[in-house]
Design a protein around this ligand. Structure first.
Ligand code: PLP
Length: 632
């Protein structure tokens, strides 16, 4: 627990049991007495085709826990309910989920279902997101908000107005002033009275990585001058009653409640001014930004942590809105938030396997080897070697390393001009490594090769160096004897993870067991937001397989309620406009020609193996379903 700080970032959902396995309590603190779900058992079950209806699920694997999602939603709602009650706030909280954080159909449907009792709605930022939000909300509460953000064209605005016609509680939030003319025009044509909001460009600035969204020069929103022009135009066309919502978003991962309260107060003051100017204001939408403590440090000075919890967040918001509205004698608005990261991060775990580990071992060199090597050195390298030896005898290790480096560079030059052979070059490397090892600066970190793609599954690590908690999901009752970095399957030097929570540049890991030993599974936690939608297809590695897991009364304490294999090689090829069926026919024809010329050398089996490879996932295949090995 302490080694990987699980209590810090994982409570109340994740912990480690007495067998050294990571376990999940999907209902959080409420289920302290229930059986916990053992992640290793889930992986075993999900990858055993007999127990999941003959499906051949390969790793990497995303395990989704809908109950965790439900718990997060309920905790957020109760934090606001409590703040509203304790502050005598006279309106209520009504959140929306920004679907961009993870557009997975079942996840969005779950949020609508779980949130229906407290009018939880959805936020969309593009046309396809709006289409999915419209269709999901049809099954939810009619009061749930459908917030339309993002840049809009006529088609987007028409869709949003049609949604209002279908009695969905839709608000068009103006992201740019020009959108207003289109809203007025299309709403008149369609005969729909729109509900309009405005995204304000606040002066309050979030200084962390995600702060580029905020401040006067921020990318999004309307300035105060533009907001006043919107009021004027709506007044002139008799539509000022349509202006009902003020929105802002100062950026994701807001580090402290101090900054949050500052932003909310500024927005609440704009809200009150809009009331004074005659708008029919009802909602203040505080955007996203409710942060996640990825490293468990509860620090307000880091992009991967925040110095508050759900309760403090809700209290700071309600207090700030109430204070400003009371000061201006304005009725308390409905408070809406667009929390994405805080809602969905915990609900999924990415499981992947370490398939091999390599560590450069310094070759053993006897004094005889060294002597022989020295004799072979080119004339001008002798001086470097002598200097190196003398500084070693003096104990001047810095000079030692410098002379070793000089010796190495000289020998590399000699190799390049053809006067040193490859064995002599290898001996030079060996000698220099030996010096580094003796002095204690040699690298003792191993590279663990993992069967996944960083670009596909943890794109924020690659793009913005966002760290996530990563740890083995078993063998945690054994002390890890090594430290390692993780290197993925892509042929790209960026495809590695060498930064971990707590500022560590390597991870405590166990020795991989031999070929017949058990597999070594690692889990990446808190990645339920943004990673799936942002992930790319580098090297044509597609997304992971996915299972949904719920707590149950059976012997394992869980049931796999849905299992979906990840995209196959055919699927990812198709996404780049290749045509796998035609590709296969071309290869099959080539095999037939070969059989015709050379006689049948297992042509049918080779074709079968290729067919299987198109069908398999692009990751390393272990076991009987491997295409070409199966054919051999
Ligand atoms: N709302 C808007 C307008 C956003 O741009 C974002 C993300 O940056 C969100 C909500 C979600 O933010 P978070 O995931 O930090 O809650």
């Amino acid at each position: 627990n302490a080694l990987y700080k699980v209590d810090g970032w994982g409570a109340p959902y994740f912990s480690i049991n007495s067998s050294g396995h990571v376990t999940v309590r999907p209902h959080g603190a409420e289920t302290m007495n229930h059986q916990e779900i053992d992640l290793l058992k889930v992986v075993k079950k999900a990858t055993d085709s007999k127990s999941i209806g003959g499906l051949d699920l390969q790793l990497p694997l995303i395990i989704r826990f809908p109950d965790v999602l439900k718990n997060r939603l309920e905790c957020l709602q109760s934090a606001f309910n409590y703040a509203v009650k304790s502050q005598n706030y006279t309106s209520h909280y009504q959140g929306v989920y920004p679907v961009k954080c993870n557009q997975d159909r079942f996840l969005v449907e779950d949020i609508v279902k779980f949130g229906s009792a407290f009018r939880f709605g959805l936020e969309a930022g593009s046309k396809p997101e709006l289409l999915l939000a419209m269709s999901c909300l049809c099954k939810g509460s009619s009061e749930s908000l459908l917030i339309c953000n993002g840049f809009k064209d006529v088609e987007y605005i028409s869709l949003a107005l049609v949604a209002r016609k279908l009695l969905l509680n839709t608000v068009i939030v103006l992201e740019q002033e020009e959108e207003l003319d289109v809203v007025i025009d299309v709403s008149l044509k369609l005969g729909v009275r729109p509900v309009i909001g405005v995204r304000a460009k606040l002066r309050t600035k979030h200084s962390g990585h995600f702060g580029s969204t905020s401040g006067e020069k921020g990318k999004f929103g309307l300035t105060t001058t533009q907001i006043i022009r919107v009021v004027k135009k709506l007044y002139e066309c008799g539509m000022l009653d349509c202006f009902q919502l003020l929105h802002f978003h100062i950026g994701s991962q807001i580090p402290s409640t101090g900054l949050l309260a500052d932003g909310v107060s500024e927005a609440a003051q704009i809200y009150c001014e809009l009331v004074r100017l005659g708008a029919c204001m009802k909602f203040i939408d505080i955007g996203g930004g409710l942060g996640i403590d990825y490293d468990g440090s509860k620090s307000a000075n880091s992009d991967v942590s925040v110095g508050y919890g759900l309760e403090e967040y809700a209290m700071a918001v309600v207090q700030a809105v109430k204070f400003v509205c009371d000061r201006n004698s304005v009725n308390h608005p409905v408070i809406c938030s667009e929390s994405g990261r805080a809602l969905v991060s915990h609900h999924s775990v990415l499981i992947f396997e370490a398939v091999s580990a390599s560590k450069y071992t310094v070759p053993a060199m006897s004094s005889f080897d060294i002597q022989r090597f020295v004799e072979q050195l080119p004339e001008d390298a002798h001086l470097d070697y002598n200097n190196l030896s003398e500084s070693a005898i003096r104990g001047d290790y810095e000079a030692c390393l410098a002379y070793a480096d000089q010796l190495k560079q000289r020998c590399v030059e000699k190799f390049k001009d053809g006067s040193l052979d490859i064995e002599q070059l290898a001996a030079t490397d060996g000698l220099c490594d030996l010096v580094a090892k003796e002095i204690g600066v040699s690298d003792s970190v191993s590279t663990y090769h993992v069967n996944m793609s960083v670009f596909t599954s943890i794109p924020d690590f690659w793009g913005i160096e966002q760290v996530f908690p990563i740890l083995p999901i078993h063998r945690l009752d054994e002390r890890p004897t090594k430290r390692g970095i993780l290197s993925d399957l892509t042929c790209d030097s960026d495809g590695k993870i060498d930064k971990f929570i707590g500022g560590e540049s390597s991870l405590p890991l166990h020795e991989l067991e031999g070929e017949n030993g058990t597999k070594y599974y690692l889990g990446m936690f808190l990645g339920g937001a943004y990673q799936e939608a942002l992930g790319g297809l580098h090297n044509l590695f597609g997304g992971p397989s996915v299972v949904r897991v719920s707590q149950s009364d059976g012997p394992f304490g869980f049931a796999v309620t849905r299992a979906v294999p990840g995209p196959s090689c055919s699927d990812v090829l198709r996404s780049m406009q290749h045509e796998p069926e035609i590709m296969f026919q071309t290869l099959k024809h080539r095999i037939e020609e070969f059989v015709h010329d050379e006689g049948d050398m297992g042509g049918a089996m080779i074709a079968g193996g290729i067919a299987q490879s198109f069908h398999n996932m692009p990751y390393l295949t272990v076991g009987s379903s491997c295409g070409l090995t199966a054919a051999n």
